[in-house]
Write a protein that binds this ligand. Sequence first.
Ligand code: 9MR
Length: 379
Amino acid sequence: MNVLQTIILSGLAVAVGMSCTSGQPQGEQVDSAKTLKEAYADKFYVGTALDLGQIKGHNVAALEVVQQQFNSIVAENCMKSENIQPQEGVFFFDDADKFVELGEKNGMHIVGHNLIWHSQAPDWFFVDKHGNDVSREVLTERMRNHIHTIVSRYKGRIHGWDVVNEAILDNGEYRPSKFYEILGEDFIPLAFKFAHQADPEAELYYNDYSTAIPAKRAGIVRLTKKLQDDGIQIDGLGMQEHHGLSHASLEETEKTIIDFANLRVKVMVTEMDISVLPHASPHVGAELADTAAYNESFDPYKEGLPADKMNELGARYVSFFNLYLKHQDKISRVTLWGVGDGDSWKNNWPIEGRTDYPLLFDRHYQPKPFLVDILELAN
Ligand code: 9MR
């Protein structure tokens, strides 16, 4: 670690609320340190997903990091349809309200996640009282009501919405979800139209994982072009960026950034994390239905991450941030999918109960050693 790194890291430690044991005066260190949101201020937003412990203010250590490091937030779970409208017409807004208030209090760019997603959608959405699939008309009206009720509530307060999430398969075809079964591909323009009606000023995004897979990228480009040709407003494409140490490829990721930007929409990294754990193919991406049984050999770092793996993780993060910086004219936001390693969904997918290290802050909300490198890159 060089001197500058030491200074920045010590400063960062103070900035994120760690106790400094060096015995040196701390004022200068804080002054010379930059936080993520400061370092990237003229590049793109740097965001994080918030869970309930953070939204409700229980997790004080995490919240300090959020306030100091990030200038954009997205709700990890509390706005998903099964949570926000668990029964037809019964909306639960308490957590989402708190999430938006937290963002406003801190002057953050606030992202709503998500309006239409096949996963975590409550059963009632698609069936009548006899359990049979509803008609096109009924599903359209349920979507309209769901989207209008939520988007109108936060009109002018939520700046961008993940309107449709994960509608395209890795092979580029439409996912055969309930929305697709009943409405065909029309459910996508309908969702965007309803969101635009409810808040004409809000930015509207399509969001998906494994967007570096060429066939999937092409499918998303086709979908976006079609929406644009049909006069449907779409402002951005979200690349989730759930990576591992050996996937996705930087070259393919770069092609995706370029192809998406060529559509004249904002490109955003919406859910970044990098798993260090071995993955049993085909468990890359974020196909929640693909799970595997626990096995010790797939959980090698229970007692801590060895230095060489930490370095490998750091190098991967630096390569991706380098790429995002190279395309900063196209990229409007880079959001991490969680604050500290202990909060990450990766500890439980595709195998439950593992110990992963996919984020920028560790289980005690202390910065990983390579955070300084990410800060320096932006200089
Ligand atoms: O991180 C989220 C996890 O806590 C939830 O259990 C899961 C199901 O709602 O969703 C996770 O977040 C997903 C996101 O909403 C959409 N893209 C993939 C993310 C990881 O699965």
